[in-house]
Design a protein around this ligand. Structure first.
Ligand SMILES: NC(=O)c1ccc[n+]([C@@H]2O[C@H](COP(=O)([O-])OP(=O)(O)OC[C@H]3O[C@@H](n4cnc5c(N)ncnc54)[C@H](O)[C@@H]3O)[C@@H](O)[C@H]2O)c1
Length: 262
């Protein structure tokens, strides 16, 4: 009889989570480490990452920190090679880093050309090249790559949810996340023969004490009538990272409380 629980086990696997100290990344690190993986937190925020490592080691989880600036394209290939060497093998790579420019969130009318180009570079190009170099290193044994897209990578924003708030949804996010969604399909197709799976998770808004008006508007628009919790996203990463999803590749998984279903 198939042991279904065992399919979710990551014992003996190594995982890298870019942006692993962030809101979602931290829960992803916990989920993968609880399933038995050796998890490397690859983030630019040294202080946050190191205190997370201390806390998780106390819980008995096998985690460590590696300073990685995903946007430093010139050294990215070498960084991934040295991570691969250090871990012995990268079995799982999760892109959850969220670099953005200081003016991220500017209204369409105020977007500067350089800022647009910079955001495409640091958010889309960094994910794309990280996937390329990681997949090349995974050719040896296969593996699972998981990218973070967004609901706004598959549908346009509903700007009414930002009414009576200072918030908005940046134009570049649509191009970046839409690009990441289709990048996953390309990579799944290209690297499938090496048993490398590539999938995209598209979360809806994750609750993080946002403006009360936004939360109210958001909840009204969502079939489950609430925002996501980071652990609800992390458990889907665990599924995609593990053998429980061994026949899933090139997929875009919506984890959005039904936002894109209506
Ligand atoms: N939070 C949400 O509501 C939401 C919704 C949909 C999609 N997403 C996506 O989920 C992913 C994670 O989002 P989050 O909310 O956890 O973001 P976050 O800002 O909380 O965390 C991002 C992490 O990335 C790290 N980071 C920033 N620049 C980096 C770089 N150059 N190299 C390496 N690490 C870097 C930060 O230090 C931080 O720890 C992103 O791709 C985001 O677009 C988030």
């Amino acid at each position: 009889m198939m042991d279904y629980i065992k399919k979710f086990s990551l014992v003996g696997k190594s995982a890298v989570v870019t942006g692993g100290a962030g809101l979602v990344g931290k829960e992803v690190v916990i989920a993968l480490a609880q399933a038995g993986a050796h998890v490397l937190i690859a983030d630019v925020d040294k202080a946050k990452s190191e205190s997370l490592v201390v806390a998780l080691l106390k819980e008995g989880l096998n985690v460590e920190y590696y300073y990685l600036d995903l946007t430093d394209i010139k050294v990215l290939e070498n960084s991934i090679k040295s991570i691969d060497f250090h871990l012995g093998n990268i079995d799982i790579w999760v892109n959850s880093a969220y670099p953005r420019t200081k003016d991220w969130g500017a209204k369409v009318e105020d977007i500067l050309c350089e800022s647009w180009q910079k955001n495409i570079d640091i958010q889309l190009n960094s994910y794309s090249l990280a996937c390329k170099y990681t997949a090349e290193s995974m050719k040896k044994k296969g593996g699972s790559i998981i990218n973070f897209g967004s609901t706004y990578g598959v549908v346009g924003p509903d700007f009414t949810v930002y009414e009576n708030t200072e918030m908005t949804m940046p134009m570049a996010y649509a191009a970046i996340k839409g690009g990441i969604v289709n990048l996953g399909r390309y990579l799944a197709s290209y690297f499938g023969k090496y048993s490398i799976r590539v999938n995209t998770i598209c979360p809806g808004g994750v609750f993080d004490n946002q403006d009360k008006n936004f939360v109210k508007n958001y909840n009204k628009k969502t079939p489950l009538e609430r925002m996501a919790k980071a652990d609800e996203i992390a458990s889907v990463v665990l599924f995609l990272a593990s053998d429980a999803s061994s026949y899933v590749t090139g997929a875009t998984i919506m984890v959005d409380g039904g936002w894109t279903a209506i």
